[in-house]
Design a protein around this ligand. Structure first.
Ligand code: NAD
Length: 494
């Protein structure tokens, strides 16, 4: 008889040490921190707590690896082989990585198995494939000169990532950074170090030279800050909150003007017109769009902006779907919604629910902590109606399973509400009118526009935000822009 995921999880060896210069090592000061399972509230492991001294060691290792050319000067087709081998290894270790991710962050095991790990591996494979497919340029200079515009690796890249998709966000940075020939120091969020530490071991097994990928687990204000201020880091790629994103811009100005690329939060508007062809599909997508990954998604469709004529019918459908998405044990393969990342975050989301009630929004379902007997941090899918654009629950990123419903009368009002936010990461639009779809998509200020779907796209499409959702793009060949410098070489011909 095959073992359940809970039994298999018990047998897992959990990574717990930093990965520097091809070796697992303790933190220089010997300190560790507790890694908590959000599904049960229990301690999973004690993880090495890296700080400034470990960051110095990791950056020195990355610099030495970069200058040695052991990776940066390899023929692109050889780098390609290593990254594709890493993608293969990730898929060979799919169940192990999925279990680590679910234990660490509380997301359903079915999602870790079917989304997080395969998407991360295909990201690595895609950039592996790209290594020897990208050409440089020859400028149209005329007969007396020869001008080339070439991309060069930028050097030492630091990546600081959040806890909601720990492996995937790491791979969105590592894929293009490594493909371009850089060396990297990765700092996972303190809530979710496990898959990053294991990934470094797999990368080494795949043939990545020592020092090309270092992983330092630790806290933001110590290890993260040290990376931001480090004078030998050439570029820092961050995914996380706007608050910390702004700190990285400051750290850069206080140190060496390292390039800073930010993927920060969002407050995705999901606009549904009454001419939407399949309201049932739109309602199901609206529910998945806010409740998937417990709502801990930067592109969560957290503002439902629905035409007043269909609002009641639409919400009826949506509530039916919400009822099927109740939280459960993350290790149960039937569970579709798991636990929130930690107690502090759960309380923050519950506070927002109180704010919504106090602001006068109408609570239609959820609104409370559930499954207390499991010891973890679960909140029922929550839907508010009667929300106004000026309310805090319409403006601020809640990062939990809380939907705010607003209504509009015409297209101009829908666009005005959609754009009434500091964020600009993504937006959805549901209509059967092609003209409306295209003209309104142009008026909405967001880096990702999804028409008649939520979260559409694949590795070929860039991902990133306008306004305070950040700068630069992950995914696609555009991500290579972040991790390369352009060199213009003008050769005078006689
Ligand atoms: P966070 O900003 O608190 O933490 C992100 C990372 O920054 C962590 O590794 C953390 O240790 C580090 N950090 C924290 N304080 C720091 C400091 N003072 N100096 C340096 N580093 C520091 O974000 P979070 O709570 O982990 O994640 C949730 C946020 O991430 C949400 O706002 C969400 O929208 C955003 N997010 C954005 C995207 C995107 O692609 N745009 C994707 C996922 C998550």
């Amino acid at each position: 008889m095959s073992l359940s995921y809970t039994e298999r999880a018990r047998q897992l060896a959990l990574p717990s040490k930093l990965f520097i210069h091809g070796k697992t090592v303790d933190a220089a000061n010997g300190k560790t921190f507790e890694c908590i399972n959000p599904g049960t509230g229990e301690t999973l492991a004690h993880i090495a707590e890296g700080d400034a001294e470990d960051i110095n060691r990791a950056v020195a290792s990355a610099r030495q690896a970069f200058e040695s050319g052991a990776w940066s000067n390899l023929p692109p087709k050889v780098r390609k082989k290593v990254l594709i081998r890493l993608a293969d290894l990730m898929m060979e270790h799919r169940e192990e990585l999925a279990l680590l991710e679910t234990l660490d962050v509380g997301k359903p095991i079915s999602d870790s198995l079917s989304v997080d790990v395969p998407s991360s591996a295909s990201c690595m494979r895609w950039y592996g494939e790209a290594c020897d497919k990208v050409y440089d340029e020859v400028a149209p200079t005329g007969p007396n000169a020869f001008g080339t515009i070439t991309r060069e690796a930028i050097g030492v890249v630091a990546a600081v990532v959040p806890w909601n998709f720990p492996l995937l966000m790491a791979c969105w940075k590592l894929g293009p950074a490594l493909a371009a020939g850089n060396s990297v120091v990765l700092k996972p969020a303190e809530q979710s170090p496990l898959t990053a530490l294991r990934l470094a071991e797999l990368a080494s097994e795949a043939g990545l030279p020592d020092g090309v990928l270092n992983v330092v687990s630790g806290f933001g204000p110590t290890a993260g800050r040290a990376l931001g201020l480090h004078k030998d880091v050439d570029c820092l790629a961050f995914t996380g909150s706007g608050e910390v994103g702004k700190l990285f811009l400051q750290y850069s100005g206080q140190s060496n003007m390292k390039r800073v690329w930010l993927e920060c939060g969002g407050k995705t508007p999901n606009i549904v017109f009454d001419d939407c062809k399949d309201l049932k599909k739109a309602a199901e997508s609206a529910a998945i769009g806010i409740f998937y990954n417990q709502g801990e998604v930067c592109t969560a469709a957290s503002r439902l902006i629905v035409q007043d004529t269909i609002k009641d019918e639409f919400l009826d459908e949506l509530l039916k779907v919400a009822a099927t998405l109740q939280p459960g044990d993350p290790l149960d393969p039937e569970t579709r919604m798991g636990a929130l990342i930690e107690e502090k975050h759960m309380n923050r989301v519950l506070d927002y629910i109180d704010v919504g009630k106090a602001e006068g929004a109408k609570l239609l379902c959820g609104g409370e902590r559930v499954l207390l007997n499991q010891g973890g941090y679960y909140i029922a899918p929550t839907v508010f109606d009667g929300v106004k654009s000026s309310m805090r629950i319409a403006k601020e990123e809640i990062f939990g399973p809380v939907l705010s419903t607003l209504t509009f009368k015409d297209a101009d009002e829908a666009v005005a509400i959609a754009n009434d936010t500091d964020y600009g990461l993504a937006a959805c639009l549901w209509t059967n009118d092609l003209n409306k779809a295209i003209t309104l998509s142009r008026r909405i200020r967001a880096g990702n526009m999804w028409v008649n779907c939520w979260d559409g796209g694949d590795m070929t499409m860039p991902f990133g935000g306008y306004k305070q959702s950040g700068n630069g793009r992950d995914k696609s060949l555009h991500a290579l822009d972040k991790y390369t410098e352009l060199k213009a070489t003008w050769i005078e011909l006689s």
